[in-house]
Ligand binder design. Sequence first.
Ligand code: S3P
Length: 172
Amino acid sequence: MKRAVVLIGLMGSGKTSVGRALADLLGWPWEDLDHALVRRHGRIVEQFRRVGEPAFRRRESAMLARCLKPGRVLSTGGGVVLERLNRARLKKHWTVYLQVPPPILARRLRGPQSLARPLLKGQALGPRLASLSRERGHFYRESATFSVRAGRGTALQVARRVLKRLRSFGLS
Ligand code: S3P
């Protein structure tokens, strides 16, 4: 079966920028789950405010099912692995966990970056990201075909590293 390449990991791990660069390298179409949710339902902060997180998660799961198409690169939102059915879906594709230490995530998300992310609102970034990493790390590892250390380098450099690993796993 031809598969999708899916990027998972915490907020700020580079899923969007690495996904776009990887799609260019592969010559595949690229989609971003958060962008698709914004196009359909409006801004994510607004969705959390209006319908709450559980309804957002249902929308996210439905959109994942729609976007998981073979031969495309899909960047996801950091919480996509929370739902068991989503993890089962991800395991059928080439799913790459972009692993970044929480202090680096906190540096990347300082300022306006955190305002668009309701789960970071009014929180001290360092401790919040460390606790999300503890809560979700096993879900990312469980869902992923492999992990890539993505705390250093440009998006293109990380994408090249991901591509090399994908080839070693048989992607042609
Ligand atoms: C979330 C991550 C966000 C977005 C939403 C919830 C999470 O996406 O889906 O704010 O639960 O980690 P990014 O990982 O692209 O920031």
